[in-house]
Design a protein around this ligand. Structure first.
Ligand code: AMP
Ligand code: MG
Length: 401
């Protein structure tokens, strides 16, 4: 067996570097900027009002209350063609450009209007300082300013900012296309009745969901029988179409575990026994430079293996510098026993935060075939080799969600 960090280093060292490209803004969410973005426009593009009210000359409000003549109405999107003169005010709506001559806005709540429609007067009840409720051009971004440095992950806020500076094509690192293949003669995926000895393929949908949740593009490469030739055909087609492949099954010590055999022959691969439980076996290699993760078949193992090896490696390929899930200290609610076996155990746990600390408790049956506990887990508690963690003791936990 080899230590987890050695296996991880082996994998990460052999994954390709991120590839720069451009995408339309509406496809950029979750991707990483490959270059700094520089503003070419000011945001806001012009001085405008932050309030519904009246645009006026500050000097006219000295000694308020004062009465001003209402000389126009200005909606957002409209432009006032005249100059606001002494003793005048323009009714103005939030977002409308400041009319020339005016240097301040009084909010409508500080005014009252009287007189006929064509000769309205506004009573301004307070003195209004210069610049009051005015949002100046470039207050958010000035042209030439670096908006986001290279390496920034594009979240919803970044999407909005990039739209505000009219960046339609975004320089990013490519979103990895990740193919998923299930292998096993016992598997069915057609929704029919199970014949004796058959089980349903749960790994492929589960892994595709992990791929998607992690922000990569999943490619369903189907279910392949335990047959050397079929596995080779599927792998070769997969490396043509994808940036990385995930296979499940066929990497343990069984007689019909052909994934390892095929990868050995067509790829530059290494078969690892990692000192962890679950997910001890891992076949990792490259075929034509494309990384192939031969994940174990047991459903929990395939997901844990994805978390520990594939997800961080794929995040690095996507240009992320933060590739790992957060690791926090928690209090064990209930003992988590285990036996000495030379491995680090990853227990599926429910995590909650109370009284200023994370607490963890078992999410259910811990067998590597018991996927419901994985489904219910918010984290993986890291149990170092030994006899476990006592009730109330401290334990490290990898936060999954
Ligand atoms: P293997 O790694 O092929 O020896 O498979 C280990 C265990 O995982 C066996 O019990 C398999 O039936 C099960 N298994 C393998 N692939 C899948 C899959 N795609 N969905 C559900 N269970 C699977
Ligand atoms: Mg199998």
């Amino acid at each position: 067996m080899i230590p987890l960090d050695e296996a991880q280093a082996h994998v990460f060292d052999r994954c390709p570097v991120p590839v720069a490209t451009t995408v339309a803004l509406d496809g950029a969410l979750g991707l990483v900027l490959a270059e700094a973005v520089v503003a070419t426009e000011a945001v806001p593009p012009f001085a405008n009002t932050a309030m519904d009210g009246f645009a006026l000359r500050s000097a006219d409000t000295i000694g308020a209350p004062v009465r001003l003549a209402v000389v126009g109405t200005l909606a957002a999107g409209a432009v006032f063609e005249q100059v606001v003169g002494r003793g005048e005010a323009v009714r103005i709506m939030t977002g409308a450009p400041m009319p020339s001559g005016a240097d301040a806005v009084v909010m409508v709540e500080r005014t009252s209007v009287s007189g006929p429609v064509d000769a309205e007067q506004v009573e301004v009840k307070v003195e209004v300082p210069v610049g009051n409720h005015v949002r100046n051009a470039g207050e958010d971004l000035e042209p030439g300013q670096v908006v986001f440095p290279a390496g920034t992950t594009i979240g919803p806020g970044q999407v909005g900012v990039l739209a505000s500076i009219n960046l339609a094509e975004v320089p990013v690192f490519r979103r990895p296309r990740v193919g998923v293949i299930s292998t096993g003669d016992e598997l069915v995926a057609d929704g029919g009745t199970l014949a004796p000895g058959q089980i349903r393929d749960s790994n492929r949908p589960g892994l595709l969901a992990l791929v998607q949740e992690s922000g990569f593009e999943g490619v369903d490469l189907g279910l392949v029988p335990d047959d050397e030739e079929a596995i080779e055909v599927a792998l070769r087609a997969g490396v043509e179409a994808c940036d990385a492949l995930l296979t499940t099954g066929g990497v343990s010590m069984g007689d019909f575990d052909y994934v390892k055999v095929v990868l050995d022959r067509i790829g530059d691969m290494r078969w690892m026994q990692v000192a962890i439980r679950p997910a001890k076996p891992l076949a990792f290699g490259t075929v034509d430079g494309v990384p192939v993760f031969g994940l174990p078949g047991n459903p929990v193992s395939s997901m844990v293996s994805f978390e520990l090896f594939a997800r961080p490696a794929l995040r690095a390929m996507a240009g992320h510098t933060a590739t790992e899930r957060p690791l926090v200290r928690a209090v064990a609610d209930g003992a988590m026993t285990r036996r000495v076996d030379g491995k680090t155990h990853f227990a599926r746990v429910v995590v909650d935060y109370r009284d200023g600390a994370y607490h963890v408790s078992s999410a259910g049956g811990q067998g590597s075939h018991q996927l419901t506990a994985m489904a219910g887990a918010d984290g993986l508690a890291v149990l170092p080799d030994g006899d476990g963690v006592a009730d109330g003791a401290e334990v490290e936990v990898l936060i999954l969600r």
